[in-house]
Design a protein around this ligand. Structure first.
Ligand code: NAD
Length: 456
């Protein structure tokens, strides 16, 4: 069990990522000197980004009866005010660097729900100060950041959790148990799909709009390059479509839908990645993508395992492996495991996995699946299921549970997803990934593993 017993001020921050400075002081200087902390009985939290998902995160974390919300931070004053109305005793900030410096030892955990490009800079600063971190998915915007997040969390022995709340939902846990019980034998491929489209093929916007008085555009851009503000293009939400801030549909939905196959099959990072999509324009992500990953075999897969992701209108392209019994329609989003002895369909979300053998559904025999009966009856209420993942993080910080999607896991899943995002810049080209060196064999792709941090 991960349990923070020490606040360390080691200078061991990964050399891969430079922290965003605040007034010339480093994060570790701001953290003060080393101190031994007694076991936590309550968890004091600070929240960075309280927009659409950040507000959900805030409410879910705070619904744990041992949480005290200490501070809220958002660069959008309207969103900050909305959250502040719910937690009027919390201190409010627009700059997370100022917040983390000021509240110092006054919080135990930080929740990050900014656009993707700010996940790592904010989380890394908090972790460098010894804070436990719940960070939204995908964990980071760049591969080097994902590796740096994993290193610092491990180095400082922090409790961490990525915001993939369905990871803790009944059906996903059941699917993991079913696959590991060998219900379909060794798995040779998984096809996963989402018809969502976080792509944009329009021109790079020209000119500049006045920045609304409630928004701090410089802080929103954060470590990303200077860019003029344009209304409705970036903030809120649409940043997902743009390479400088988001990770497209794969980063948005793939990280949820790939989570169960990734976890159940104990996959590590892939050997090769090929993305079929329109030619990249370097600004917006493609509207439709088919990404094929090849992984080394594991105990639960055949020697060569393939994962095929498709997104955008019309996804997935139908093929034999996806045909359902009785001519049933595929769920809108989901994953199909193909094994030696049958198939398992995992709809996204809140539907039971479906076992298919020789073109027929087979009833699930939960009594023969280790752990399944102990989970009790499926919960079909999102509002009741969703807080579990957050409460698990809180309990892990308090030393009474264990996080199930810590950064040691989330960083590898995120790295895998981000490799597919990078492959979208080289349509049709098979990229070869050397995990040990953290390099592609194709030199041109290596430039996209990282991006310089702007001083802001
Ligand atoms: N787990 C899920 O089911 C789920 C669902 C939706 C979104 N998300 C994730 O949540 C994150 C936020 O998504 P969203 O839909 O809420 O986006 P959003 O654009 O609606 O909200 C982002 C918020 O962060 C604020 N912000 C931006 N930069 C900031 C900074 N430097 N410091 C503090 N605040 C900052 C914005 O002002 C805004 O209020 C993303 O990573 C997204 O992938 C997860």
């Amino acid at each position: 069990m991960k349990r923070r017993t020490f606040i360390k001020t080691s200078a061991a921050l990964s050399s891969l990522v430079l922290l965003p400075g605040c007034g010339g002081e480093t994060a570790s200087e701001a953290a003060g000197t080393a101190a031994v902390t007694p076991p936590l009985t309550r968890l004091r939290t600070a929240h960075i980004g309280v927009g659409v998902q950040g507000l959900e995160d805030l409410k879910a974390v705070a619904s744990h009866d041992k949480v005290d919300v200490i501070a809220l931070c958002d660069v959008d004053a309207n969103n900050l005010e909305r959250a502040h109305k719910l937690f009027p005793d919390a201190k409010v900030y627009k700059d997370y660097r100022v917040m983390l410096k000021e509240i110092g030892e006054g919080v135990d955990a930080v929740v990050v729900a900014t656009p993707d490009h700010a996940h790592a800079p904010a989380s890394m600063m908090a972790m460098e100060m010894g804070k436990n971190v719940y960070c939204q998915k995908p964990l980071t915007h760049h591969v080097t950041e994902a590796r740096a997040m994993r290193e610092i969390a491990e180095d400082k022995d922090l409790v961490t959790q990525m915001g993939i709340q369905v990871h803790s939902f009944y059906d996903y846990k059941l699917a993991t148990m079913l696959i590991r019980s060998g219900i379909i034998g060794k798995v040779s491929s998984v096809s996963a799909w989402s018809p969502k489209n976080w792509g944009y093929d329009g021109p790079v916007p020209q000119g500049e709009d006045p920045v609304p008085d409630y928004l701090d555009w410089n802080l929103w851009l954060g470590t990303s390059a200077e860019r003029p503000y344009k209304e409705g293009i970036y903030h809120p939400g649409n940043w997902r479509k743009l390479v400088d801030y988001g990770c497209g549909t794969l980063g948005d939905m793939g990280v949820h839908i790939f989570d169960t196959p990734y976890n159940a099959l104990e996959l590590d990072v892939p050997k090769t990645i090929t993305t079929e999509c329109r030619p990249p324009n370097g600004f917006g992500f493609p509207e439709k993508n088919v990404v094929t990953y090849e992984f080394p075999g594991t105990a639960y897969t055949t020697e060569n395992f393939q994962w095929i992701w498709s997104d955008g209108e019309g996804a997935p392209v139908m093929h034999e492996d996806l045909k359902l019994p009785n001519g049933d329609a595929l769920p809108d989003q989901g994953a199909m495991f193909v094994g030696e002895k049958g198939r398992l369909l995992l709809p996204h979300f809140q539907q039971l996995p479906r076992h298919i053998v020789n073109g027929e559904y087979v009833a699930l025999d939960l009594a023969s699946v280790p752990g399944a009966v102990e989970m009790g009856e499926p919960v079909r209420d999102y509002a009741a299921e969703s807080p579990k993942h957050y409460h698990q993080f809180v309990d892990a910080c308090l030393g009474t549970d264990e996080a199930s999607a810590p950064f040691s896991y989330a960083s590898r899943l995120t790295e895998t997803i981000l490799l597919g995002v990078i492959a979208g810049r080289f349509p049709g080209k098979k990229l070869h990934w050397d995990s040990e060196k953290a390099q592609f064999a194709e030199a041109e792709a290596n430039a996209l593993l990282d991006a310089p941090y702007r001083k802001f």
